[in-house]
Structures are given as C-alpha cells and as structure tokens.
Design a protein around this ligand. Sequence first.
Ligand code: FAS
Ligand code: PHB
Length: 394
Amino acid sequence: MTDRRTQVAIIGAGPAGLLLSHLLAAEGVESVVVETRSEEYVAARIRAGILEQSTVDLLRSAGLGERLTREGDQHRGIYLQWPSERHHVDFVSLTGRSVWVYGQTEVQKDLVAARRSAGQEIHYEISETALHDLTGDLPSVSFIDSAGAPQRIVADVVVGCDGSFGPSRNAVPAAVRSTWEKAYPYSWLGILADVAPSTDELIYAWHPDGFAMHSMRSSTVSRLYLQVPNDTAVDDWSDDRIWESLATRLGHGQAGWQLTPGPVIEKSVLPMRSFVQTPMRHGRLFLAGDAAHIVPPTGAKGLNLAVADVALLAPALVGLLRKHDARLADEYSDTALRRVWRCTHFSWWMTTMLHPSGDPFEEQLQLSQLRWLTSSEAGATGMAENYAGLPIGF
Ligand code: FAS
Ligand code: PHB
C-alpha cells in the first residue's frame, strides 16, 4: 500500500468535488480527488440545466465564468402554465435576480479544464473506496487505483462529495446521523432533442395528463421532461409518443403557440425523491452536495445546492487548516443545513404543486395555487426569491 499525504482528501470528481479542490487551491490548500468513474463518464452525464445567480457569481469570482458568460443564456424568469393559461413570472422585476441556462455538463467541462491546467491530482476509475479514522487527527481514504494497486491518502480532512450512492454518508455512524427521505409517486422522463427550443424561457406546465417542462441547453438543443409513472421503462416511450404527450401537455396549438419536435438524442427516466442527512460533519469528515442531500429537480436546486455547500466549506477548511481558526468549520453543518432545508422545502413545494396526483380535491388546490401565484405579486415574489436563489449563507 502506497501512502500519499495531503491536506484534504476529496471523494468524488463531480461538480462539488472539483469546485472544492479549485477553491481550496486558490487559498493554498492542497487536495487529492478520487473518483470511481472515468473522466469522460462524469463529463457526459446529463443533469442540471439551470444556474442560480449566486452560482454564476461564485463561478465568475473563482475564474470559472468566462465560457459561461459567453455561451450561457441569461433568463429573466419562467412560465407557469395550466390548460388554456400561460403566465410569465419575471424574477428580475420581482427580486432583481436572474437565472442562467448553462448545463451541468458545461460546468463540469470548465471545472475539469481548470483543474487540469492547475495540475490537480485526480485518481479516476478507482474502486473499493473506504474511509478510515474519521474522528482521529489523521483520517484517510483507501482505494484500489485504476492499475489495480492499493493506495491510501492520509489527510487532515476528508470531504465526501460522492453523491447519492457514495460511501461517505454511511461513514457517519448510524447512532450519530439522522436522515429524512420522501419518494414521490411519479418520475420524469427527460429527453435531449436536436431542435431549437419552442420557447424563450422555461415552461413548467400542469396538465391533467401529467406535468411537462420545456427547458433547453442552447439555441439549437432542447431539454424537455414529462411526468411518467414510477418504474417506467424508457423503451415504452417512442419518440413520437413523447412528442405527442409533450405537445398535449404544453399546449401545442393554443394561442398560436407551436411545439416543434426534433430528433431525440438522449432519453432517460429520473426517479423523484427528497433526502437529507444530518449532520454534514462527523469529526474530520465533511459532506457536501448530493452526498448529504437530494432534491427533486422541479426546483432546479440540485447542482446549485452543491455549489452553495462548497462555497461555505472552502473558507471553513481554509480557516481550519491554514489559520487554525475552527469557527466556520464548527458552524458548517448548521449553516449549510439552513439552505438545504429551504431548498428541500421549495423543491417539494414546486413538485407537489405541478404534478397532478389524480386526487380531484388536491388538483383543485394545485390549480388554485397556480392562479394565486400568477396573479399576486406577493405570491410570485416568494416563488421568484426561492427559484432565483437566496444569497449564499442564507
Ligand atoms: P455528483 O453525483 O454529481 O458527483 C458525485 C461523484 O462521486 C460522481 O462522479 C460519482 O461517480 C462519484 N462517486 C460515487 N461513489 C464513489 C466512490 N465510492 N468513490 C469515488 N467516487 C465516487 N439537478 C438539477 O438541478 N436539475 C436536473 O435536471 C437534475 N437532473 C439530474 C438527473 C440525474 C440522473 C441525477 C442523478 C441528478 C440530477 N440532478 C439535477 C442533480 C444533480 O445535478 C446533482 O445535484 C449534482 O450532480 C450534485 O453534484 P455532486 O454533489 O458533485 O454529486
Ligand atoms: C434542465 O434544464 O435540465 C432543468 C431545468 C429546470 C429544472 C429541472 C431541470 O427544474
């Protein structure tokens, strides 16, 4: 076994792990990143599409915003829709904050490029990741590297950025951790289509057949979702069936609006669940991103929450490791969890408002809430404040 000594061992080379290594390096804190998948696999995963203003501001301040500013698409708000009505909610007018369309795959590309040019040590395609001595002064991460050799990273701190299926969250003893979980009675079928978007900004549509959303990735690539039953097999949905359902649910032909179909280049089914684990620290182990929390994507919060965790954790670790000031590190879990629960509630609220449950009473409540949201400045402002994102450190 070869031992490598560093300051921070980061498990996971997704957005949380790479952004953390970037922010730490800017403050002279060394880290080593380990990742179970290949670099190409991680970069190709199609996930989030919307960046909050706080995320954009942070990426820019970290020197990661140049392509985002050039290629990203700034949006003022979203459309909320139900049969025969579509209303724009203007976040900029209501809160002064906007959102950006810039796919997680693009954020990942920018992070990988920045870390590569900085010479960041990242071990891809590892296996058998294990965490050790988390309550001692020298925690460590052992693993088998891509060549099959056993390795160990001995660090001052270990950070679990290993998403919803990584080992870090369960490295917090059961007697110490608390978890909350909710599984929703529906999933999303998402497609990436090689066709220009039929809308200028995102459309979130309530429809008796089920929820639908029109998002996008660029002026030539659209991203759309529709509510499907859990355990839906993606092969049960032909491209034609997908486009027909999207056209019905999004109101094709109403008020002169047309949904333009096109070649589907990717489709997948995404289950919907909420999950929170506390605390987000145990001894010298810190958790960030999906390793600690999962939100249904209806609120466009998943990636943004991971960034917000890292924006808090990086200065906390710099204080702990370079300035011998443990205050922010000691406060990290409680501070991060305030935003985690706010975003968890908002994601649950958007999800339960927009997905018809089949219960006639509940569906009337959903429609009433949508009518109120789109006719009351107070109601719209509350939604806008959450969707466009609260300031970091909320
Ligand atoms: P990630 O899951 O991105 O990264 C964790 C990394 O850890 C992965 O690369 C994984 O391979 C690695 N890892 C796991 N186990 C390991 C081990 N044992 N050893 C080493 N490495 C290990 N959010 C939205 O806002 N909108 C969306 O539309 C949306 N769609 C999504 C679709 C899917 C299928 C999924 C799974 C998530 C989606 N999300 C969406 C949420 C997503 O964007 C996450 O919030 C975001 O990726 C969180 O980033 P990380 O915390 O870095 O976790
Ligand atoms: C996306 O573009 O993938 C997207 C946008 C908004 C959401 C979820 C996903 O709420």
